[in-house]
Design a protein around this ligand. Structure first.
Ligand code: ADP
Ligand code: GLC
Length: 494
């Protein structure tokens, strides 16, 4: 039987995206709808969500959102659809909170009113149900931005006629960002200071929304099994490992899927030539075109390493910065696309000047170029310090571009290490987060490219045959929703 699911999140493809969270929120609801569920998405209407382009319709009426000591605040609601689906997306229209160019920050500084902006999102998501006359079985929240939802369902909204009975699932896409704010945010949440405790929302004298969500959600999951294990340790828990361990029995991992309608070398309209695992002729053309576009020597006889990433410490760019001079001493080419921390823009820019024939660094966000790098490169590098799931390594596999990854979280779960004897595997892994291990593994991959053509062929075939479908992930979520509903019903004595 179909379930009624409300998905509350801060970003979704194609409307607004900072990272992989948007890919997930854009794809998972569609996969669930195909499986017969009534799924609805709610998110802010940031300025960049173009009302005309997406044919958004303004719904009649406004939502009144109780913002604690601030009093009621109101917002209008626009309705749209996820592309190629009937999944409704409700956009909260609030000029003061969301009428800005960026989602979370400007010049690497978080907006000072992010507490109010995302408490508002969490509350308005629940109030929306009243407006829609929608009684969800499950409310599915993502990351700290909507982590207040499970807290609210257990407190202010516990007996609400629309959402009071709903179970909650909190998906953690990233433990590093927790939504920590001055304690005064408690008064805006309006749930009572008795929840500002060690066993509640308090952490280091601040309000920690993710911590609250971890305590209150009916169930919790992360985007890979590996990451679900890792966040129970101090190395990956960012101070919340104790809370996560306490809820260990209610925590699981579900790997994200890939939208293969967008990421397949057979059909990708953004790459210069298509190809299949049986005929890789087109991949050579893609490599040539990429070299030409990047101003690198057009050579078939040199391996090309690609990287597309937010340039932040999570992605291991500090370790890469240390290793890159040695890496570029090998006979290879390297193309990097990304944006993030200012030091990285300067540093890798300088490297480009020092190695004009081997290294190109494009600072910025460019989806078509990301596709061309996936298709044109031989290897794809992801030396992440931590990686809850990671999407690019899964795209890379599909494009026959062998991932070189640090064996952590979703990277470890989705890439199988090359075994020299059996010629099994889909990529190259290293474990220690240091420049030596990174360099050695790039060296191993490059050596394989030059001297083991048979092995390269096998690896590329293995990689291209791997699939991570959204349908499979949706089945996993379905199971969690059912389990959460049963649990919530039991708690309520039903
Ligand atoms: P994260 O969410 O931590 O950034 P993921 O691997 O889950 O990591 O998702 C990153 C997504 O953002 C992918 O779809 C990737 O292609 C895209 N991406 C990241 N940086 C860029 C960029 N500079 N240009 C184009 N796409 C990018
Ligand atoms: C986060 C993680 C990334 C994951 C994405 C989607 O941004 O950093 O690893 O793939 O969320 O779940």
């Amino acid at each position: 039987m179909g379930m009624k699911i409300l998905m509350a999140a801060s970003e979704a493809v194609p409307f607004a995206k900072e990272g992989g969270l948007a890919d997930v929120v854009g794809a998972l609801p569609r996969a669930l709808a195909i499986r017969g569920h009534d799924v609805r998405v709610v998110m802010p209407r940031y300025y960049k969500v173009d009302r005309e382009r997406y044919g958004l319709k303004l719904l009649p009426g406004v939502i009144a959102v109780p913002m604690g000591i601030i009093g009621d605040m109101h917002c209008g609601v626009y309705e749209g659809r996820l592309p190629d689906s009937d999944v409704p997306v409700y956009f909260l229209e609030h000029e003061e909170f969301y009428g800005r160019d960026r989602l979370y920050e400007e010049d690497n500084e978080g907006y000072l009113d992010n507490d109010n902006r995302f408490i508002f999102l969490s509350k308005a998501a629940l109030e929306l149900c009243k407006m829609l006359d929608f009684r969800p079985d499950v409310v599915h929240a993502h990351d700290w931005h909507t982590a207040a939802v499970p807290v609210l369902l257990n407190t202010l909204y516990r007996v609400d006629p629309y959402v009071g009975a709903a179970a909650s699932l909190l998906t953690i896409h990233n433990m590093q960002h927790q939504g920590t704010f001055y304690e005064g945010a408690m008064d805006v949440l309006g749930i009572g200071w008795e929840h500002f405790t060690f066993l509640g929302l308090e952490k280091d004298n601040q309000v920690n929304l993710l911590k609250g969500g971890l305590y209150h959600a009916t169930l919790i999951n992360t985007v890979s099994e590996g990451y679900a294990r890792e966040i129970q340790t101090p190395e990956y828990g960012w101070g919340l490992e104790g809370v996560v361990r306490e809820r260990g029995a209610d925590l699981s991992g579900i790997l994200n899927g890939v939208d293969y309608a967008e990421w397949s070398p057979e059909t990708d309209p953004l790459i210069p030539a298509s190809y299949t695992s049986g005929d890789l002729g087109g991949k050579k053309i893609c490599k040539r075109e990429l070299q030409q576009a990047m101003g690198l020597p057009e050579r078939d006889d040199v391996p090309l390493i690609g990287m597309v990433s937010r340039l932040v410490k999570q992605k291991g760019i500090d370790v890469l910065a240390e290793a890159i001079p040695r890496i570029l001493g090998l006979d290879l080419q390297f193309v990097m696309l990304g944006a993030g921390e200012p030091w990285a823009h300067f540093y890798f820019g300088d490297i480009q000047v020092a190695y004009p024939d081997t290294f190109r660094c494009i600072i910025g966000y460019d989806n078509p170029l990301a596709h061309r790098i996936e298709a044109g490169a031989d290897f794809f590098l992801m030396p992440s310090a931590f990686e809850p799931c990671g999407l690019n390594q899964m795209y890379s596999l599909r494009y026959g571009t062998l991932p070189i990854v640090r064996a952590t979280g979703g990277l470890d779960d989705s890439v199988e290490n090359f075994d020299e004897r059996s010629l099994t595997g889909t990529g190259f892994k290293f474990w220690d987060l240091n420049a030596g291990a990174l360099f050695d593994t790039v060296g191993w991959a490059v050596h394989t490219w030059y001297h083991r053509r048979d092995a390269m062929g096998a690896l590329v075939r293995n990689a291209m045959a791997r699939r991570f479908t959204w349908d499979e992930s949706a089945r996993g979520y379905e199971e969690l929703y059912v389990k959460a509903m049963v649990r919530r019903g039991r708690e309520a004595g039903v």
